[in-house]
Design a binder for this molecule. Sequence first.
Ligand code: AKG
Length: 256
Amino acid sequence: MGTTLTDEQLAEYRLKGYLALRGVFSADEAAGWAAECKRLLQLGLAHEHNIRTTPHYLTKSLWIVDRFDPVIDISPVFKALTEDERVLSPLRDICGGGGVLLFKDRLIYKMVGMRGYPVHQDYSWWQLFPRELVNVLVAIDGADAENGAVELFPGYHDRLLSTPGEMRHMNEDEARQIDFRQGELLETRPGDVVIFDCLTPHRSGPNTSHRLRRQFYLTYSLAGHGDFYEEQLRLLKEGRASRRVPDAVKDLLFFR
Ligand SMILES: O=C(O)CCC(=O)C(=O)O
């Protein structure tokens, strides 16, 4: 099987811990995903105790879904994207030519007014699994500073910067290990793809624009390590791998 990435692209990924691939998908394909994003919001899954749906409050009592985690079991369109060779082929190159298996999927809308995400390494939440996990961000809308594009920090993908065993964003002391001047705001256009290591620190600002900033995130593990999708999902459903489960409401949560 031929390679998709050049030696220069692979060297850039190894050095920085991420790589942007421009125009991987067409604007028409991205428009199809945008239509699917609308359909998903009409499925009636929104509930503040549904582990799958993260809310964005428009007023104190009115909210809409900002994240479906996971999404592929309710969306054939996004499931097909996880199996697309234009995603899998560069990933195989990055993983040294071996096979990859889907580990996790989530769809983030970043609605107008939605908050940003503090700096973190995704692996903090996935420490029960082998460290070789690679993220793929697929841009549905364009992203820039105004609507909350993701900013990535190069060169830290060889280590966990926060306390081992704790699932959380970095605290201030831990974040001081990062040179924030080196951050790269990844502006994207619909159809762009960004691949980044699960240890690459990243953050994003709020959406202060009047545009949505929808992105589909996929994470893959090495096939040689085994298939962890169901185990990862089980932990999420039990509220043990989620970012938003205050102890006070744990008993009220459900997954649908
Ligand atoms: O979509 C974003 O703005 C950031 C999301 C993110 O960092 C995450 O889910 O790990």
